[in-house]
Design a protein around this ligand. Structure first.
Ligand code: PBG
Ligand code: ZN
Length: 325
């Protein structure tokens, strides 16, 4: 037999020599849920992940940074009382996210990449990602200035990257324009370019208290039956000034990660979302799978499909448990 593929699988050293993909700490972005209350609150559907005060968030980020986990993505979990139909508290200079950004930047400076979620759903009383009219229809153009102002507040606090996840049309251009007008030309935009509607975000919404109170998100998030729709939108985001592009959820969209990689050159980020994480944890608890191994295989598949970086709740475990090379 002339060709024996198994020759290159004989030992770990040989397999390492020919490995095409790897997972490194620098590829991982750890999400944080930041609450105004002191201490931390567990999230039942996401073992190991908590809603944490600014202080706790800084403490956790410091531990992670020591292990090489150098990027965070922040989500605000404001008090119910602070929510309103127009999400006005999302633009508050003293809000929990600007506070957290200032604290993280003060503690770690340029050693830590601080990304912030830009979306209204955590701040609206109705739970939608944009303003709604009397008929309950989510309003695109009226939402844009609020998103831009929210991103500006984060940039003023020192955020490195604004990550709009709302799925309004034209938000990247609106954010880029306002940031530039205010001198924040160096603040990057990581656009959620391809984001499908559906059941994948359930545990996140428990954590962030951000479920819509009526209807669903299908008039703004994408239809999972579509691929070209997402690619088209992603290319528009680049034209509007997006520096990096996000695809989510990750595993159901490996085809899109691959196709977007081929279609253009900007860095691609995949979001291994809450239920992708939680379902591994649940199956592990039932004793049905080896959760650590399965989680690693999720992450490596996402890298192999072409993602440069991955937002994952398993980031901390990956660096602690040695899944990274
Ligand atoms: C807010 C937002 C969501 C996620 C990221 N940003 C939830 C949603 O769109 O309802 C989901 C992330 C996850 O499930 O881990 N727009
Ligand atoms: Zn939202």
């Amino acid at each position: 037999m002339l060709n024996r593929s198994r020759r290159l699988r004989t030992s770990l050293a040989m397999r390492n020599l020919v490995a095409e993909t790897d997972l490194r700490a620098r590829h991982l972005i750890q999400p944080h849920f930041v609450q105004p209350q002191a201490g931390s609150t567990e999230i039942s559907s996401m073992p190991g992940i908590v809603n944490a005060s600014v202080e706790e968030t800084v403490r956790q980020a410091e531990k992670d940074l020591k292990k090489g986990l150098a990027s965070v993505l922040l989500f605000g979990v404001p008090d119910e009382a602070a929510k309103s139909p127009d999400a006005s508290s999302c633009c508050d200079h003293a809000g929990v996210i600007p506070q957290a950004v200032r604290a993280l930047k003060k503690a770690f400076g340029s050693d830590l990449i601080v990304m912030t979620d830009v979306c209204l759903c955590g701040y609206t009383s109705h739970g939608h990602c944009g303003l709604v009219d009397d008929e309950g229809v989510v309003q695109n153009d009226q939402t844009l200035p609020i998103l831009a102002e929210m991103a500006l507040r984060h940039a003023e606090a020192g955020a490195d990257v604004a990550a709009p996840s709302d799925m309004m049309d034209g938000r990247v251009a609106a954010i880029r324009t306002l940031l530039d007008e205010n001198g924040f030309t160096q603040t990057s935009i990581l656009s959620y370019a391809i984001k499908h509607a559906g059941a994948y975000y359930g545990p996140f919404r428990e954590a962030a208290h951000s479920s819509p109170k009526f209807g669903d998100r299908k008039s703004y998030q994408m239809d999972p039956r579509n691929a070209r729709e997402g690619l088209r939108d992603a290319l528009l985001d680049v034209e509007e000034g997006a520096d990096m592009l996000m695809i989510k959820p990750a595993l159901p969209n490996l085809d899109l990660i691959w196709r977007l990689r081929e279609a253009q050159l900007a860095p691609i980020c995949a979001y291994h979302v809450s239920s992708e994480f939680s379902s591994v944890k649940a199956a592990d608890r039932l004793g049905w799978v080896n959760g650590d191994q399965l989680m690693y295989e999720h992450l490596i598949a996402i890298r192999r499909a072409g993602a440069d970086m991955i937002v994952t709740y398993a980031g901390r475990e990956a660096v602690e448990k040695g899944w990274i090379s």
